[in-house]
Design a protein around this ligand. Structure first.
Ligand SMILES: [Zn+2]
Length: 197
């Protein structure tokens, strides 16, 4: 995996981390966004690191690109998409398999939706209630709770791999995720406490 080539592209740290993790088979699938101009350069890098990719229709000049360890695994993504209108729960499970999310977290996500809870809001509430700042930054899914052992294992393996490949990308990615979560928690905390008053 040549991180130098990735850095030359107009990609966010999030997308770079995604490509590194799929290319090193730490994540079976992922999604990145790319600007129309220069898409050939992105394709060249993805082919070079053995990542299967499929481009979607352009949205405001940005092309959503789904990446996968191989074309066989990508079939899960197609299956989940096709199932979305007839069985939303089953489609979420298949998407979960495609992205490599832990089953406990996928089931909790489905339960949240059934209870009309936003999964991220539910997770923030758990964090606020447990009075701790989270340490799960590298994962791409909403954990079933702050103490999910599977999420912790994935988080640690992602951080290790990203640091092995490129410390700057690892730091940029983790700092971005931490900033997002800190901001979200601050906002949610205000709403949460306003609710209780
Ligand atoms: Zn879990």
């Amino acid at each position: 995996m040549d991180a130098g080539k990735l850095k030359k592209l107009d990609l966010s740290y999030m997308s770079m981390a995604n490509i590194i993790l799929v290319a090193s088979k730490m994540r079976p699938g992922g999604k990145i966004g790319y600007f129309e101009t220069g898409i050939e350069d992105l394709q060249e890098v993805l082919i070079g690191c053995g990542v299967y990719f499929s481009e979607d229709k352009s949205k405001d000049g940005r092309i959503p690109v789904t990446i996968s360890i191989d074309d066989e695994h990508f079939k899960l993504y197609i299956k989940a998409l096709a199932m979305r209108s007839e069985d939303i729960e089953e489609s979420i499970r298949i998407f979960g398999d495609f992205y490599g999310y832990p089953q406990c977290c996928v089931e909790r996500y489905i339960k949240d939706l059934k209870n009309k809870l936003h999964p991220i809001t539910r997770y923030w509430s758990q964090l606020i209630e447990s009075k701790r700042f989270p340490d799960l930054f590298a994962i791409f899914h909403v954990p079933c709770g702050p103490d999910c052992a599977e999420s912790k294992a994935i988080d640690e393996s992602f951080i290790k791999k990203l640091n092995e490949i490129d410390e700057e990308i690892a730091k940029g990615y983790l700092d971005g995720k931490k900033a997002n979560l800190a901001w979200a928690l601050a906002i949610h905390s205000d709403y949460y406490h306003a609710d209780k008053r």
